[in-house]
Design a protein around this ligand. Structure first.
Ligand code: NAD
Ligand code: KPL
Length: 305
């Protein structure tokens, strides 16, 4: 019998995965926060995927944390700051051979989750797909991309990669998932905070070349210090390429701040600065950027952790 995909975190990315898996005929269960959310979901009649203007509603079964069904495969799609506590609540339901797929951006949350469930295999993911919600229980597939998956402790690919293939989820198994995550973290640190502080789209950073170049130099130094030199290769030119390629977009952090939502700062810039401090690597511009961003978030009444 096919293993059930339990999905924890039915937001943008979790819904994008759940709907594509279910559309391919795979067994999926959504895990919702409490009976009130479960009732609201059931009243809506399912989860709707909007793709190229077409919407498709899938009546994926849902449950709360209290359901009895053991969990063998868990897709964790909460924000980085929610992942550890949410997984800890589900730990009693994990079977002995459980596998978790962690979709969180940045770094830090994955190790915190893994420490809560030492018996489980934790597979880390880094995704460039884009999705947003245009209503409750609705997700819009906004940007095609790719998801890299890997396990820093065990390079053996899991058996279910073919299910991602069947579901049309573009992916690749990589032995270097930490390098991928560090590279994305560095890109996000070089772009996202500046878009918030300069109140601009990604393309607006074209007029802040020097600031971007200085940050890229410090981020490259950090990647060298923490044993990730491959993640630093041509970082500055890739950052400039991403700025041009996504010039019309607002960064994810910009959008979080604009909507008054908590950001993932602690798992991006915060993580970079914490690792730099641990390695006694002095990065004055990055540290100053963190301080400026924290002041900005405070001024907007937003959380700084
Ligand atoms: P989101 O806020 O849309 O979804 C997170 C969901 O988790 C929410 O529905 C929230 O209610 C739920 N949740 C949180 N705590 C919970 C709990 N204890 N129990 C049950 N549900 C809980 O976030 P998202 O945009 O889907 O992002 C998820 C992760 O994926 C983030 O780390 C983000 O950076 C990363 N990511 C997102 C995208 C994207 O396009 N949205 C792309 C790449 C990476
Ligand atoms: O990933 C991004 C984001 O907005 O979070 C990009 C587009 C690369 C900018 O850092």
């Amino acid at each position: 019998m096919a293993v059930i995909w339990h999905v924890l975190g039915v937001g943008s990315l979790g819904s994008l995965w759940a709907t594509r898996l279910a559309r391919a005929g795979l067994p999926v269960r959504l895990i919702l926060r409490d009976p009130a959310r479960l009732a609201a979901y059931e009243a809506a009649g399912g989860l709707t995927l909007v793709e190229q203007g077409h919407s498709h509603t899938l009546a994926i079964p849902a449950q709360t944390f209290d359901a009895a069904e053991p969990i063998e495969r868990l897709l964790v799609a909460c924000k980085a700051y929610d992942a550890e506590a949410a997984v800890a609540r589900l730990a009693p339901r994990l079977s002995a051979n459980a596998e978790l797929i962690l979709l969180q951006n940045g770094l830090g949350s994955q190790d915190a989750v893994a420490a809560k469930v030492p018996q489980a295999r934790c597979i880390f993911a880094s995704s460039t797909e884009g999705a947003f919600r245009d209503g409750d229980w609705r997700v819009v597939f906004a940007g095609h991309g790719y998801t890299w998956l890997g396990d820093a402790k065990d390079p053996t690919p899991p058996t279910w990669l073919n299910e991602l293939q069947t579901s049309g989820i573009p992916h690749e198994w990589t032995p270097d998932i930490l390098t991928r995550l560090w590279r994305k973290l560095a890109l996000n640190c070089a772009i996202n905070p500046l878009t918030v502080l300069h109140d601009c789209r990604n393309g607006g950073l074209a007029t802040h070349h020097c600031e971007v170049a200085t940050l890229c130099a410090e981020l490259s130094e950090l990647l060298g210090c923490c044993g990730q030199p491959a993640a630093a290769e041509d970082l500055h030119s890739e950052v400039e390429r991403v700025i041009q390629a996504t010039a019309a977009n607002y960064s994810s952090m910009y959008q979080d701040v604009a909507h008054g939502r908590r950001t993932e700062i602690s798992y991006l810039l915060g993580h970079a600065c914490a690792v730099a401090a641990r390695h006694q690597c002095s990065l004055p511009h990055l540290t100053q950027l963190q301080a400026r961003l924290i002041t900005h978030l405070q001024s907007r009444g937003l959380r700084t952790d």
